[in-house]
Design a protein around this ligand. Structure first.
Ligand SMILES: [Zn+2]
Length: 334
């Protein structure tokens, strides 16, 4: 007898070349260099081969620039979902004032609707940034879900690595002080729940899933990094993470990035990034096997389809959106 397969949502944050250069402190970002025209056919071919539909979280500014329009439109035309990944992709979005947040959301919605023909209904903050004001704005604007939380303790380690490798001024370091989160983020839920917001509104949160119990990320960027030491260790780690998801009833939400499928042959400027010693064809081959493994054990869905399936579930937890540092579990959580 086979057990019922859990759903697994798959999404890709369409971070562009310029946003990596900007985060890294490289001034070349100001000309907004793009790799989206090269990346779109690579990922579309792979997803088409595997028969997968996923959610692409698109940056508004990219959807406003002529050189990216064909690439972004091709994702929507192929039947993939387009979500909002902010307009400027600044990982300190959680520091924005409420009017600045509204502006970020609206400009991105308009840009995406122009290129993809539909307003986005799913949101993910750049660098996993979110704030109570942001969640309230999403609920007011009728978003179906937020997907900005990563409930892991490794954020400070990732930040240390980043500070050591990036060229940043003291002011830039201050802006990025909370980048990738705090140790305490590991106490956040690893399964979907509702944020309870001002005025009695609610918003569904679908966290980026981490290894249940261990609370370490297992999305492809980390797998790729592990595979550079040992592919066998990488596969053991992935199979264990997925087995623990099944055992604990955790419906995984899997996160991808363009650099999971782009190598230095397409983007030589990003050689500083972990895993960028591996060519595009080798990355695509590994990503294909990982996505096949996920699709064999779970039912792959877009983010909105995952939200729709969760809406049928009567007892999701609830959590008050108070501060990004100390979200509190509601005593009335179901
Ligand atoms: Zn991003």
């Amino acid at each position: 007898m086979t057990r019922e397969r859990l759903p697994a949502s798959i999404s890709l944050d369409l971070d562009n070349l310029w946003s990596y250069l900007k985060t890294h402190g490289n001034e070349e970002w100001r000309t907004r260099p793009t790799y989206l025209p090269e990346f779109a056919p690579v990922i579309l071919n792979l997803l088409d081969d595997l028969g997968l539909k996923i959610t692409f979280f698109v940056v508004g500014l990219d959807a406003d620039r002529d050189e990216n329009l064909d690439a972004i439109r091709s994702l929507a035309t192929a039947g993939h979902e387009i979500g909002n990944h902010s307009y400027e992709h600044e990982p300190w979005l959680h520091r924005y004032s409420p009017p600045a947040i509204e502006d970020e959301l609206e400009r991105t919605e308009l840009a995406i609707e122009r290129v993809a023909g539909r307003r986005p209904r799913a949101f993910r903050g750049p660098g996993y940034s979110w704030s109570p004001a942001l969640l309230s704005a999403l609920a007011r604007r009728d978003y179906v879900l937020d997907a900005s939380t990563l409930p892991t303790w490794i954020g400070p380690l990732a930040r240390s690595y980043y500070f050591a490798s990036a060229k940043l001024t003291p002011a830039q370091r201050e802006e990025r002080a909370a980048l990738f989160g705090a140790w305490g983020n590991a106490r956040w839920p690893n399964t979907p729940y509702h944020w309870t917001l001002d005025g009695g509104r609610r918003l569904l949160e679908i966290p980026v899933t981490v290894f249940p119990g261990l609370r370490t990320p297992f999305h492809f960027s980390y797998l790729l990094w592990l595979s550079r030491y040992s592919e066998r260790v990488m596969w053991t780690y992935l199979h264990s993470a997925l087995a623990w998801c099944r055992r604990t009833g955790t419906e995984p939400s899997i996160l991808l990035h363009p650099l999971d499928a782009l190598g230095p042959d397409v983007s030589p400027a990003l050689r500083f990034f972990p895993g960028m010693d591996l060519r595009t064809d080798r990355k695509v081959a590994l990503l294909r096997r990982v996505l096949q493994t996920i699709a064999e054990g779970f039912t792959p869905l877009t983010m909105e389809a995952h939200a729709a399936s969760l809406a049928l579930r009567p007892r999701l937890g609830a959590r008050a959106a108070t501060s990004t540092d100390a979200p509190r579990l509601s005593p009335t959580a179901a």
